[in-house]
Design a protein around this ligand. Structure first.
Ligand code: PEP
Ligand code: MN
Length: 654
């Protein structure tokens, strides 16, 4: 059991809590758990938990049924996000856990300065955000290459700094911990050392992030108890790594325990990643195992990649060629949305940890607040976290127009606006808002897989329900499911999570909501049925909006400058225009785009408000890599249209 203490607890009250527990037969210990100060109580004591929770200075009590208390989900329901690198280390900050997939890559061992540098460059190019490599290698044979030691670590740190990647390296003995601590961003505890408790205590006490591999014959419980050693010693940043266990099978090096991933994610709040290289041991099979791990819910991977695997000094046969790694990353990018995640490709730079600099807008401070429509747990909030991170301050508004107003007035630095759903089409209200707010620009895009759930009170069942609440989009996306229950009365709400909030408030068993699982979790309700959207390929496209930056809000100026349109990273733009009422006028516009190699990913016509039977076109277009012609094409387009609005240039998401 752990007792979480309130921030301002006095030492007197703290002592009273200790005495209370000791008097009831517990052994007590003081611990730090993330930001929280806690008292851990173990042994055969008995107490009334409600009475304990009422003691002065006690914030909450987590009674765990598991021997690993700090690692258990019973202690912390939300996923832990581990941060590696960042502040003061000269490398960007990389996060592991939550809705991102984080990929660590590099050679088995650091072999030379050139080799680690070349590998770092290649894997970074393909999208790896952390660099791995062993400087001290635990080898089965004493005659095998044992690693370059501290020299290797120095080469690796240099390569990481050059390529903007924090580094992860294995520490094999407690005696090396102190020397290594300033050179590595994350310690790896290898499979063979998972139960080296003295090593765990020493590494955990440093408070640095740790990657804890599962021992080749360790049970899940033993693995989590080793994580507990690290957490109890003082670090809060522990990532678990499944790397295959020893079974009777000999065709693979180990047996990848895929089932451990969902099991551990249920038992613990810690991120879980997978090492398919050591699990499988055969290069040609590594990528399949890696994709299976992502599908099973892993938060990331650590993959061995070598520029010349045939010459590798260790684990060459399981190391991917850089080209194979590139292909794997592309496949992960395509798979990620299916499991509701996104591949992390661009970590924040250390200097901009608290700001995001999107294409074509000034830096957005996540401390000012990002506006979204709805209650916590809304899909828009998930999209927001995907773009700006979990720590971003949120500004909740109660309408789509409210998002534009908050951004325009400056009470929010940016906003998240849903514009299109893959099942139900465009959300026209928001497209129209873009025209009414000419000082707002689109600066980014994110696509989110939408899995709808029927959510209700703990006692509610399909039979007890008479009324269902949701946003009209929620109803539209679950049409087929709702058609099977024709007697249900549908009540529209401002947002899907808002419907959940109303039920949580009323506690009625006859009312249910259609919303995402996150909303059920945020407001303590039950998922009665999961996955009720008409088709599982259900995605909503959100746009990130911001005030037009003074420097680049003028399309004419940018166009005149020719070539330097937006930023070199923007590859997509959105426009609204109308054309003269004569034959071939739309064709002429399309011809201008075709001539410049501008691809049209969306073209939709909309009635012009106040002008019956006249239409304007909404278009999403690609910005070709050599964008010299793009600005000129936009200029030309302007001449051929009656009304032309450039809504923004941004980086499109997959
Ligand atoms: C490694 O990652 O290089 C390694 C030695 O892994 P493991 O401890 O899983 O065998
Ligand atoms: Mn290896």
């Amino acid at each position: 059991m752990i007792v979480v203490l309130s921030k301002g607890i006095t030492s007197h009250d703290k002592e009273l809590v200790r005495i209370y527990l000791r008097d009831r037969g517990f052994a007590v210990r003081d611990q730090q758990f993330g930001e929280d100060e806690v008292i851990g109580a173990s042994g055969k004591g008995v107490t009334d938990l409600r009475e304990l929770a009422l003691l002065p200075g006690v914030e909450r009590v987590a009674a765990t049924s598991k021997p690993y208390e700090l690692a258990s989900r019973e202690t912390r329901a939300e996923d832990s996000i581990v941060t590696v690198g960042g502040t003061g280390t000269g490398v960007p900050q990389v996060k592991i856990g939550g809705s991102r997939i984080t990929v660590i890559a590099g050679p088995c061992a650091v072999e030379s300065r050139e080799q680690i540098r070349e590998t770092a460059e290649r894997v970074r190019e393909s999208g790896a955000v952390l660099l791995r490599g062993g400087a001290y290698k635990p080898r089965s044979s004493p005659y095998a290459f044992q690693g370059l030691g501290m020299k290797g670590l120095e080469y690796m740190k240099e390569a990481g700094e050059t390529c903007g990647m924090p580094i992860v390296t294995e520490v094999v003995s407690p005696e090396f911990v102190v020397d290594m601590k300033d050179l590595t961003d994350m310690f790896q505890i290898g499979a063979r050392n998972m139960q080296n408790f003295e090593l765990l205590k020493k590494v955990g006490a440093l408070g640095k992030p740790v990657l804890l591999k599962r021992g080749p014959s360790a049970t899940i419980e033993e693995w989590l108890l080793s994580a507990e050693y690290l957490l109890a010693a003082g670090t809060r940043d522990v990532v678990l790594c499944e790397r295959g266990i020893r079974t009777f099978e000999t065709y693979t090096r180990n047996t990848l325990d895929i089932s451990a991933i969902p099991v551990v994610k249920g038992l613990s709040h810690l991120p879980v990643i997978v090492d398919p290289s050591h699990a499988v041991g055969i290069r040609a099979k590594v990528s399949s195992a890696a994709l299976a791990a992502i599908a099973a819910g892993a938060d990331g991977l650590t993959v061995e990649v070598h520029p010349h695997p045939d010459d590798a000094l260790s684990d060459g046969p399981q190391s991917l060629y850089p080209e194979q790694f590139e292909k794997l990353m592309r496949d992960i990018e395509a798979l990620a949305p299916v499991v509701g995640k996104e591949l992390l490709r661009t970590p924040h730079t250390a200097a901009a940890e608290k700001t995001i600099t999107p294409v074509n807008a000034s830096a957005i401070s996540i401390n000012t607040g990002i506006a979204f429509n709805g209650e916590s747990g809304a899909f828009a909030e998930q999209a927001l976290m995907r773009v700006f991170g979990e720590e971003a301050k949120r500004t909740q508004v109660q309408s789509f127009k409210g998002i534009f107003d908050a951004v325009l007035e400056g009470s929010a630095a940016a906003g998240i606006v849903p514009v299109e759903n893959s099942l139900t089409g465009s959300i026209h209200e928001n497209y129209d808002l873009f025209l009414r707010y000419p000082d707002i620009a689109i600066v980014g895009e994110v696509k989110l897989r939408i899995v709808h759930c029927l959510i209700g009170d703990e006692r509610a069942t399909l039979d007890s329900i008479a009324i269902v609440r949701s946003h009209p989009q929620g109803f539209a996306q679950c049409r087929e499911f709702l058609d099977k229950h024709p007697l249900w009365v549908l009540e529209a709400s401002n947002d899907t999570a808002g419907a959940v909030v109303s039920i949580a408030r009323e506690g009625a068993v006859k009312v249910a909501a259609i919303a995402g699982e996150a909303a059920a979790r945020a407001h303590g309700l039950k998922v009665i049925k999961e996955g009720i959207e008409t088709n599982p390929l259900n995605y909503t496209r959100f746009l990130v909006i911001s005030r037009k930056a003074a420097a680049d809000d003028n399309f004419d100026r940018i166009a005149v400058n020719g070539g330097s349109f937006g930023s070199e990273r923007s590859n997509k733009a959105s426009l609204v225009f109308s054309v003269p009422d004569k034959p071939g006028s739309l064709f002429a516009c399309l011809q201008i785009m075709a001539d410049q190699g501008i691809n049209l990913s969306k073209l939709e016509s909309r009635p012009i408000q106040g002008k019956p039977w006249e239409y304007q076109f909404y278009a999403d277009v690609s910005i070709p890599e050599k964008d010299g012609g793009f600005a000129a094409a936009m200029e030309n387009l302007k001449k051929h249209t009656e009304d032309f609005h450039f809504l923004g240039a941004y980086r499109g998401s997959l």
